[in-house]
Unconditional design. Structure first.
Length: 731
């Protein structure tokens, strides 16, 4: 389907004053009331049901469609809601290609124009509102959409976008129809690798690396308040910010990146003040204030991503930070404290989620905000947390209330215990309940610390007495078992911090013996001295690290040599991961470089193999069923078969591609991808495939077909990661 240039839609954008449609357009001004004051979703359920029943045949002209949609509707708000619901429920990517293009002066014609990227949802919304007697403008500007990464500088080309302002009951209101027909669980592109998330601590270590959209009506961008909308969209004309105090382009760039759900929950950011935080001391803190009325019902989680750069080897084995993010509660605040060890210098994205456990919203991930964390220097000393409890840190009401427990002393999840050798934590509990506590540390087991924590109970009063043996961080976990139950349940946790303890003379002698062993260089002496040092739980002041370094260097050197000889990727990954936690690279010399080069080659083969195995045959078959596919689908599949060695001319016909998709056995698509020989790909085919894919983006392909999106990612990966190597070899 082709829309001639003379037929392409044009519609005035930000226009103020009398129009040819006969409507009066007041000057833009901030609304005098909020969305929640004029709009309650439950009051419009009947309208939404009425809209769902309209046939697409009614969209052959605006008059018929609007007569049906607006039948018996009197208020401006009801009319706007009906038009909005009809537009966002249209499955534009599924529209069939037609030989005869519907007139662009009809709703269905405009939908086809949108499908061909010749028209926009904002234009259609404006046309329908105007024909219904509702003043409406199209606003052009910049938007932080699916390709935006928090902290990025503003790109005036790739971030172009458009939306609407409609005049409803005496006020201009903002509507973004396009964003209202999709919902996202966070922007997760291939440029990021998950290094810590909630699933790491609840048994399932899966972090998504894709942007996923799901069709549904998303009310967040219907009549959205200007104060919320400005966080994501900046109009070219400052007047259409509809704010008493407009922000600048620089302010838009550094503004906190908050989602509509953040405002719905009544949250507030205490620190930081910008979406991008630069860290020079290895520690970053994010503090969110919760409303008093529902703080006990709010459940927070997070994902921490590290930016992946093409020049980095080992892109999937960045140091894991799954025990370096401290998330705790203190009074009416929830706090995320990210600690970066020396090896963790880099750029990170912190994505935070929150849900109200009393509310169950369909398809709501709870995404509330993102932060860009740039670590320029890690902490000089940074041990992992003793543990990361699934229920978090702090004496939270919901977990305690379940067992009728009340915290009488500390409620904050992080407690400094320097003031006294012994710290008491007091609770009230049911007389028949059973309470016990465990103390743990990153360098000691719970069994080794069992003598340093004691629980006493006198009727309803419970006292937990803690006396940590040395400085450092300790995890204190409180468990409760009610009468008639078999299992103990973790009800609260405290991270205890002790910074100063006077060392015993016997401990000092053990430290000296370890230093002597380091100087002697004897592995046997080192192992014996280390064992003695560890058994007494001494704090490392440099001698322990030095001794471990000597032993570790010998072991790693041997393991790397064995892995190189056998070309065992699992063994090589394990050894290199262990090495990444140290600073021994320079001590290993050329053998380390050889290991990195081998691992890079083995990984490329493994990633390609897994990408093929993950493809669903049913998804591939669905692509073949298109009689005439959207351009993104045709383009992606043509690029795929170009990389597999087919000629460009034959791929211009979709029937040819359908035939290639249908082949089985050794000529089958998955088999050919599995057996592809990278070195034999023609340079011309690479260049042609790259040119074809440059005309599409992941979002448009994803909307058209999830199957095509799989091939899009495979083809772009082949081109971006392997082409420079092939071209260099062939030049």
């Amino acid at each position: 389907m082709h829309i001639p240039k003379r037929c392409r839609l044009t519609l005035p954008g930000v226009e103020v004053g009398p129009k040819e449609d006969g409507l009066t357009y007041p000057d833009p001004a901030p609304p005098v009331s909020t969305k929640s004051q004029i709009y309650q979703p439950e009051e419009f359920l009947e309208i939404e049901q009425h809209v769902r029943e309209v046939s697409l045949n009614a969209a052959n002209d605006y008059s018929t469609l609007l007569d049906y949609l607006l039948n018996n509707l009197e208020s401006d708000l009801a009319k706007v809601r009906a038009i909005f619901c009809w537009i966002v429920q249209q499955k534009v990517p599924l529209l069939l290609c037609q030989k005869d293009i519907p007139s662009l002066d009809t709703p269905v014609g405009h939908l086809h124009a949108i499908r061909m990227r010749k028209g926009t949802y904002a234009q259609l919304f404006a046309i329908m509102c105007r024909k219904a007697g509702l003043p409406c403008v199209v606003i052009h500007g910049l938007a932080k959409g699916v390709n935006y990464n928090v902290g990025d500088t503003i790109d005036t080309v790739t971030m172009k976008n458009s939306w609407n302002a409609v005049f409803v009951d005496g006020n201009w209101r903002i509507v973004h129809p396009h964003w209202s027909l999709m919902t996202s669980n966070g922007y997760e592109t291939g440029a990021w690798t998950v290094v810590d998330c909630q699933e790491f601590h609840s048994g399932d270590r899966i972090g998504s690396r894709s942007y996923i959209v799901s069709p549904m009506i998303k009310d967040s961008y219907f009549l959205i308040d200007p104060e919320m909308f400005i966080i994501k969209c900046l109009p070219n004309d400052v007047k259409w910010q509809l704010l008493d105090d407009p922000i600048s382009k620089a302010g838009f760039e550094t503004n906190l990146f908050l989602q509509p759900h953040f405002f719905k929950l009544g949250l507030q950011i205490i620190e930081p003040e910008s979406c991008k935080v630069v860290c020079n001391d290895g520690k970053i803190k994010i503090v969110i204030q919760m409303p008093e009325k529902n703080k006990s019902r709010l459940k927070f989680s997070y994902k921490l991503f590290r930016r992946r750069y093409p020049e980095d080897e080992g892109e999937y084995t960045y140091p894991s930070l799954d025990k370096f993010v401290l998330h705790y509660y203190s009074k009416n605040e929830t706090i995320f404290e990210v600690r970066f060890p020396p090896v963790a210098v880099g750029t990170y994205k912190m994505q935070i989620f929150c849900v109200d456990i009393n509310e169950h919203e369909h398809n709501n991930s709870g995404w509330i905000c993102d932060f860009c964390l740039e670590c320029k220097r890690g902490m000089d000393e940074c041990l992992p947390l003793p543990l990361v409890p699934e229920i978090g840190w702090g004496a939270r009401g919901d977990y305690l209330e379940k067992h009728n427990l009340i915290a009488l002393s500390e409620t904050s999840g992080k407690v400094n215990i320097d003031e006294s050798l012994v710290t008491l934590f007091k609770f009230t509990a049911d007389p028949d309940s059973d309470i016990y506590a465990e103390l743990s540390q990153s360098t000691k087991t719970k069994l080794e610390l069992s003598d340093f924590v004691k629980v006493t109970k006198n009727k309803a009063e419970v006292v937990v007495k803690v006396k940590p043996p040395q400085e450092g961080e300790y995890a204190l976990q409180i468990f409760c078992k009610d009468t008639g139950t078999l299992m103990y349940e973790n009800v609260c946790n405290y991270l205890l911090e002790r910074t100063a303890v006077i060392e015993d003379p016997k401990m000092a002698e053990t430290r000296k013996l370890l230093l002597d062993a380091v100087n002697s260089g004897s592995p046997a002496n080192l192992q014996a001295a280390l064992k003695e040092f560890e058994s007494k739980g001494l704090k490392d002041k440099g001698e322990y690290t030095k001794a471990k370094r000597k032993l570790l260097l010998t072991r790693l050197n041997k393991e790397i040599q064995e892995a190189i000889a056998t070309k065992d990727l699992v063994k090589l990954d394990k050894t290199m991961h262990n090495l990444s936690e140290t600073s021994l690279k320079k001590d290993l010399g050329l053998i380390y470089q050889d290991a990195e080069e081998l691992r890079s080659r083995l990984r490329k083969l493994k990633r390609l193999h897994h990408a093929v195995l993950d493809m669903d045959q049913k998804t591939i078959s669905e692509l073949r069923s298109y009689p005439k596919p959207p351009k993104p689908i045709h383009g992606v599949m043509a690029a795929t078969f170009l990389l597999l060695g087919h000629k460009e001319g034959e791929l211009k016909k979709w029937a040819t591609i359908q035939g290639l998709i249908s082949k089985k056995g050794k000529e089958g698509l998955k088999r050919k991808i599995t057996n592809i020989n990278i070195s034999k790909i023609k340079t011309t085919n690479l260049q042609k495939a790259k040119l074809i894919l440059s005309k599409h983006d992941l979002e448009s392909v994803q909307i058209a077909s999830s199957g095509a999106a799989t091939f899009y990612q495979w083809a772009t990966t082949m081109i971006n990661e392997y082409v420079p190597e092939i071209v260099q070899r062939k030049s």
